[in-house]
Design a protein. Structure first.
Length: 254
């Protein structure tokens, strides 16, 4: 008897993409589009899982997910804020005032990125087949468009400014990769959940805001001397940049 909750993981052999492609791996434009398509197909498939039929009804708290996320992440930022970053109160007020109702309650991953999927690249068969999805710690029942918004906050495009490109964690800027707008449209086409560019702005701002909070929580530890890793100091610049990016998006519709 172990005496506590635990889970068993299965090793999934394959390739995980990081900021740059691994040595020996190349993707032409057709490959890049295929990868985007399969990435979205997995997300749509996940969002189509019936929680009750899958025995996952108790994975989340049900309706009201958007409101809980806006309130929860705003509270996290206020508690982690240091005196050398903005208060983001304008952004948080905008999110609170413009939050939509949940479009659905389904199984969501909450950290869906290219570097959290395993490709079949070095295995026989289809090299762009997605063999597995990693990092399920934040999976819950929630709004699928919030899940997409969180995923695309990390989706850096080739046309993005130099500062944003420094945040790249996945090769989403390769020739042939879909833009964020194209990813949203492709998701809508596959899932049947139509979303206009005006409606999408909320999910885009929230995804970037959540990323700013995560960066600030990491920087907070460095600021208080709880860690001496010098890499954590760079998260301060990220918070400032994401604050400005969110503020610009909010100002465009204010």
């Amino acid at each position: 008897m172990v005496g506590s909750d635990f889970y068993v993981m299965e090793r999934v052999p394959g390739t995980i993409l990081r900021s740059d492609l691994p040595d020996g791996m190349t993707l032409d434009e057709d490959d890049a589009r295929t990868l985007c398509s399969r990435f979205l197909d997995v997300l749509v498939q996940l969002h189509s899982v019936d929680p009750e039929e899958a025995g996952l009804s108790d994975l989340g708290r049900g309706a009201g997910y958007v409101a809980r996320q806006v309130g929860g992440w705003s509270d996290r930022y206020r508690r982690a804020r240091t005196d050398n970053v903005g208060d983001l109160e304008t952004v948080m007020a905008w999110l609170d005032a413009h939050q939509p109702q949940d479009v659905a309650t389904c199984v969501i991953h909450n950290d869906f990125r290219l570097d959290n999927v395993v490709l079949d690249w070095h295995q026989p068969g289809d090299p762009l087949q997605i063999r597995g999805v990693l990092d399920w710690e934040m999976a819950t029942l929630g709004d699928p468009l919030m899940d997409l918004g969180g995923a695309l906050a990390y989706w850096i495009e080739a046309a993005d400014d130099q500062v944003f490109r420094q945040l790249k964690r996945q090769p989403s800027d390769l020739p042939g990769m879909l833009t964020r707008a194209e990813m949203v449209q492709a998701y809508a086409d596959r899932s049947g959940r139509a979303v206009t560019s005006e409606q999408w702005r909320f999910y885009e701002v929230f995804g970037l805001f959540r990323l700013a909070v995560i960066a600030q929580q990491i920087y907070y530890r460095f600021h208080l001397g709880q860690t001496t890793n010098p890499a954590y100091e760079r998260f301060l610049e990220m918070v400032h940049y994401l604050d400005q990016r969110c503020s610009r998006l909010v100002a465009e519709v204010s």
